[in-house]
Design a protein around this ligand. Structure first.
Ligand SMILES: [Zn+2]
Length: 412
């Protein structure tokens, strides 16, 4: 029998609570450490479910230095990536993806959904990432979404999406706002949903990632979900155009999203950087209207998304950095809103990936212990977890940095 006792920790709600993980699952236990248990002293730190990254690109990550995106736009990112994609090797994709997964784990992430571009005629990234998914499975849940960066207008691209489904991806995407017309965008969504139904995958759409306020593929996606009875299997990322929808459109849209049980993913790092750069376009905050969505009860997770890629030159693989950006862009700064930001990078993402995402009795014994006492300090300081625990065992440990001052030089 394995026993891990976590003492002196606090929950996100500020309650002091000991935790016991017995044989890999959380178990109710009061009082003191049971005999023979390994002990972690949280020293007043936050004990949280692991962070979850519901939207990241491993195939494009760490390629930023290959060619600079000088305009900073999504369009230049796409054209640079389509050139770099020709030169990928499976070894290179695997090595970069492993580096990012290690960085995610060091930052307390134990599950991620990677979006894999299946537009590459040579199909280099997909087999590399499918193999990596199997290899890391004992310590890290990697899901893959097949998405066609170049759209679904050609029969070759449709065949590639079907091949990705047959090869075993977890979810399928379209990019309807990049198609040549509204009808072509709707057709691409219909094909994506058709294929997901045939192969039994989830749907995870790159939706309305544009400055165009008339882009409303979110409504088409909700309609397809309801018509096919696919509630609970559909996630939409980005939805930037929604920021500009008027109250009448939102009043019609929100009930549709609820009926479709759609989950949303906001990507505040890349989208505050790339959205709103189109000359003459409405330049808002660059993200979906998160406050309105939360008030309406629409489940919304926060993603890190790109990491040093042709699309976005920054990123640290820290979910807390993404949540910190969202705190500003969505103006979520009350104590409860900051706790909600922490749930948006943990529990909400876990729901998308079909995980428990809690510390309740019988939940898998996975958690992180942050060296801060509450949500505000977690967001402000963005520390790595002191420990990352998987199945009741310490998987990653970080010794906090220590700064010392000379007695004479500082003056305070
Ligand atoms: Zn993305």
């Amino acid at each position: 029998m394995s026993l891990l006792w976590i003492t002196n920790g606090v929950t996100l709600d500020g309650e002091a609570a000991p935790f016991l993980i017995q044989d890999g699952v959380f178990t109710r236990h009061e009082g003191t450490a049971p005999a023979g248990a390994d002990v972690l002293d949280a020293a007043g730190g936050l004990v949280l479910p692991p962070f979850v990254e519901p939207h990241i690109h491993l195939d494009t990550a760490l390629l930023q230095e290959e060619e600079e995106n000088k305009s900073g736009t999504l369009q230049e990112g796409i054209s640079i990536w389509s050139r770099l994609q020709q030169e990928l090797t499976e070894e290179d994709v695997t090595a970069r993806a492993e580096t990012v997964i290690r960085e995610l784990m060091a930052n307390g992430v134990l599950a991620a959904r990677a979006m894999v571009d299946i537009s590459d005629p040579k199909q280099t990234a997909l087999p590399a990432l499918l193999a990596l998914k199997e290899r890391v499975a004992p310590s890290f849940q990697l899901q893959l979404t097949g998405f066609p960066q170049q759209g679904l207008s050609s029969s070759e691209r449709k065949r590639q999406l079907e091949a990705a489904a047959a090869a075993g991806v977890d979810a399928l995407s379209a990019v309807p706002h990049l198609e040549a017309s509204v009808q072509a965008g709707r057709d691409s969504l219909a094909f994506c949903f058709d294929t997901a139904e045939v192969y039994g995958t989830d749907v995870h759409i790159f939706c309305d990632e544009t400055d165009d306020p008339s882009s409303r593929f979110i409504e088409t996606a909700a309609g397809e979900t309801i018509r096919r009875g696919m509630q609970g299997r559909v996630t939409l990322s980005h939805c930037n155009a929604m920021e500009h929808y008027d109250d009448a459109v939102m009043a019609s849209l929100l009930p549709q999203l609820k009926e479709a049980a759609i989950r949303l993913v906001v990507c505040p790092l890349i989208n505050t950087a790339v959205i709103g750069r189109t000359p003459g376009s409405p330049a808002g905050r660059g993200i979906m209207p998160v406050r309105k969505l939360l008030q309406a009860g629409i489940p919304t997770a926060c993603a890190h998304d790109d990491l040093k890629s042709p699309f976005y030159p920054l990123g640290s693989a820290s979910m807390l950095q993404a949540a910190h950006m969202l705190a500003h862009a969505a103006q979520l700064t009350s104590a409860e809103e900051m706790r909600q930001l922490i749930r948006m990078i943990s529990t909400e993402g876990a729901q998308i990936m079909g995980q428990n995402g809690t510390l309740e009795p019988c939940a898998p014994g996975d958690c992180i212990i942050l060296p801060v006492s509450g949500a505000a300090d977690a967001l402000r300081l963005q520390p790595k977890p002191r420990w990352v625990v998987r199945g009741g065992s310490v998987l990653v440990e970080t010794i906090p940095e220590e700064t010392s001052f000379s007695k004479e030089g500082v003056g305070v």
